[in-house]
Design a binder for this molecule. Sequence first.
Ligand SMILES: C[S@@+](CC[C@H](N)C(=O)[O-])C[C@H]1O[C@@H](n2cnc3c(N)ncnc32)[C@H](O)[C@@H]1O
Length: 286
Amino acid sequence: MYPEALTHLRCPNCLDIPLTSAAGARLALDGAIIQGQLYCERCRASYGINHGIADLLGSRALPDSPAQATNYLPITAWGYERLWRWYALTLLSGEAFAYDRELALVTALTAPARGGLFVDLGCSNGLYARALTRKLPPDRSHVIGIDHSLPMLRQARTFAQHTRQRISFVRAKAQALPFAAGTVAGVPIGGSLNEIGDVGGCLNEVRRVLAPSGRCVLMSLAQARSHAGRALQTFLGLGGLMFWTDDTLNDLLQSHGLRLAAQWRYGIVVFSLLLQDNKHAIPVYQ
Ligand SMILES: C[S@@+](CC[C@H](N)C(=O)[O-])C[C@H]1O[C@@H](n2cnc3c(N)ncnc32)[C@H](O)[C@@H]1O
């Protein structure tokens, strides 16, 4: 992670208390903190930074489902972008959907030129984080990739180093985001909501951390319309993947304070632009 992430990071237990970097941290030539400790003044918790990744979960955090467990495997992390991701949307949408089309849509909707903090939620290998970083204004801006799988984050950092991009990667749960309320300019979520576990807990957190003018850009997978597709999704559901009809998804988003501003569907791939719903009471967490 990079020192500029420290401005934004908060203790996942205390939420509004900043994390400070303990003395003696080891830095890389580009300024990345590659070894060190983060510390919360209030609850006195400390969190390690190893190989450039801040770990706010520690060794006791376990995946909630077989689908999540698959993403904890080093082989999945290695193959995710190399073998699957580049072709995934073409397969799932039933039409040509290469990265240039997907990333142009996601970055246009997230609008990184506004500057500020952008959080790639459930980032895996950091595809959206790298795309957004290319479009950020030089100062006042940073992208942080969040995932609970350490192998995914390690691969994400390796890819970002290859492209010489300053992206911070932090291990945390989508249901306990380490940011203060109202501080995040944009949250792209690429395919992660379908396996995130407690969906309501994640959406409440997205709503909490978004700035008043913030945007959440969701790429999710809908319930298939064919019998065969739905049968396959029912089977995948046993492993913890969830698929929603368009109406169910939109009710879910609305009921967690996220207002649907626009939506596009290609096959089972759905892109949604979500803004804060100001009529919705902000949930308060301890
Ligand atoms: C489908 S992949 C995401 C792909 C990536 N966003 C992209 O567009 O290439 C889902 C990712 O979400 C992560 N994930 C799942 N549940 C999570 C949770 N509760 N908290 C944090 N990360 C989670 C997984 O480890 C996995 O890397």
